[in-house]
Design a protein around this ligand. Sequence first.
Ligand SMILES: Cc1cc2nc3c(=O)[nH]c(=O)nc-3n(C[C@H](O)[C@H](O)[C@H](O)COP(=O)(O)OP(=O)(O)OC[C@H]3O[C@@H](n4cnc5c(N)ncnc54)[C@H](O)[C@@H]3O)c2cc1C
Length: 289
Amino acid sequence: MVKIDEPLNKYTYTKTGGPADIYISVGNIEDTAKVIKYAKENNVPVTYLGNGSNIIIRDGGIRGIVVNLLKLNDITVTDDRLVAQSGAAIIDASEMALQHQLSGLEFACGIPGSVGGAVYMNAGAYGGEVKDCLSHVTAINEFGDIITLSLEELQLGYRTSRVQTEHLVVISAEFSLKKDKPYDDIKAIMDDLTERRESKQPLEYPSCGSVFQRPPGNFAGKLIQDSGLQGHRIGGVEVSKKHAGFMVNVDNGSASDYEALIDFVQAKVKELHGVTLHREVRIIGEKLK
Ligand SMILES: Cc1cc2nc3c(=O)[nH]c(=O)nc-3n(C[C@H](O)[C@H](O)[C@H](O)COP(=O)(O)OP(=O)(O)OC[C@H]3O[C@@H](n4cnc5c(N)ncnc54)[C@H](O)[C@@H]3O)c2cc1C
């Protein structure tokens, strides 16, 4: 499905984002490769969108082609291997692992991203991360070639991966899981993590999760809280009163509200604590002219 000047705010968790010049929701791997090849040959920029849960798209939108991968969402399980296409929700992959009594993906049970986005970010929570259970990935490079990358080749680090540095698109991921726990034990871990998440995170508002990476030996949320910034608002976006690491869109906030609040918080924390906060959330696209 192809749309012209498609507003992107409906595809992001922050509910911000101007239009994509060309928006394509791909339905299969071959079409994805064709779009990428065409874009490369014609010098058109391509941006990939997963579930939009770690991205702020600026109010001027995105030039070129935006490829949405959410229709590629099959998940299959064979023995202790779970293969998920990039657009599948990592939450569904975690649930599917539970149904097959496989452990390893419990940490992902509340991360609202796609499998592709989770690999791109090496998403993690509560002591687990994608790197711990990923076996390999099928991807497409910027020339439209389908390639396979082993865990080592992916170079996953704290919220980083080779997918980011080489502008690859993840097509599917194979996870190597364990048959070391009964269903009830796996479920108990997932229930506990869900409870912890629901009690601490402002899930009732649009947000992009933790805005900042964890600084070495510290916590971004704690530094922001200690700076007295909870509830600080710019436009329609405020530092969450429930979890200082989150910025919530409480009143039709824009991407420029988000950016201004991020800059403000970074400057205040630097001034008061001498710590530089680096963003975890990706900010892409153009400002409004
Ligand atoms: C309430 C809330 C809680 C969260 N909790 C956590 C948490 O506990 N742990 C954590 O790590 N994150 C968390 N996040 C952030 C987010 O869910 C993860 O980073 C997730 O992995 C992003 O996946 P996505 O599909 O939404 O990616 P998007 O936001 O759509 O994209 C993020 C980046 O990945 C790229 N990308 C997406 N799909 C692909 C693909 N198939 N191939 C190549 N590049 C791709 C995009 O181009 C973009 O640069 C949370 C977010 C929210 C809103």
